[in-house]
Write a protein that binds this ligand. Structure first.
Ligand SMILES: [Zn+2]
Ligand SMILES: [Zn+2]
Length: 135
C-alpha cells in the first residue's frame, strides 16, 4: 500500500491523549479546508473511510436517516472489522478507543479527519494509503 509521510513539525500533526492509559498516539488531522466529511472509522482498528458519494448525501443536510442510509452501505475494513458510525481510532498503547465522535449525526459535517500513525485511509476516489508520522 502507498504510504504518505507527515513530519511531526507540521501544523496538522499532533498527539491524541488516551483517557485510559494517558499515552500519546501521534496523528495527522486534515484541515477544515480539506472537506474530509463525512468520514467513518473501523470498529476494530483505526482505519478510516471518506467517500465522495456520502458527501453528496450530506452536503446540505444531516439527519439520523441519512446517517443510517450511509452506514448501511459502509464496507468492511481490510482488517475484518466494519466501518461504522460512533467509532474512533484506537490508542496505540492500550488499544482503547479514543472517543472523538460524540454525536454521530453532528459528526457527519466534521471536516477534520484524524488519521493516527500507521492507520490507512480509504476513499471511493483514490487508492488507499497509510499515514506515517515521522520525526
Ligand atoms: Zn479495521
Ligand atoms: Zn491508551
Amino acid at each position: 500500500m502507498k504510504i504518505v509521510e507527515y513530519s511531526r513539525s507540521l501544523q496538522w500533526v499532533g498527539d491524541l491523549r488516551c483517557n485510559q492509559c494517558n499515552g500519546l498516539t501521534p496523528a495527522w488531522r486534515s484541515s477544515g479546508m480539506s472537506q474530509c466529511f463525512p468520514h467513518f472509522y473501523c470498529d476494530t482498528c483505526s482505519n478510516v473511510i471518506h467517500r465522495a458519494s456520502d458527501q453528496r448525501l450530506v452536503w446540505s443536510d444531516k439527519s439520523r436517516s441519512i446517517l443510517e442510509q450511509i452506514t448501511n452501505t459502509l464496507p468492511k475494513c481490510s482488517c475484518g472489522g466494519q466501518f461504522a458510525a460512533n467509532c474512533g481510532p484506537n490508542c496505540k498503547h492500550c488499544h482503547a478507543e479514543i472517543a472523538i465522535v460524540r454525536d454521530a449525526v453532528e459528526y457527519l459535517h466534521n471536516p477534520n479527519m484524524i488519521v493516527i500513525d500507521g492507520a490507512c485511509t480509504y476513499s471511493d476516489e483514490r487508492e488507499p494509503y497509510m499515514v506515517r508520522i515521522v520525526e
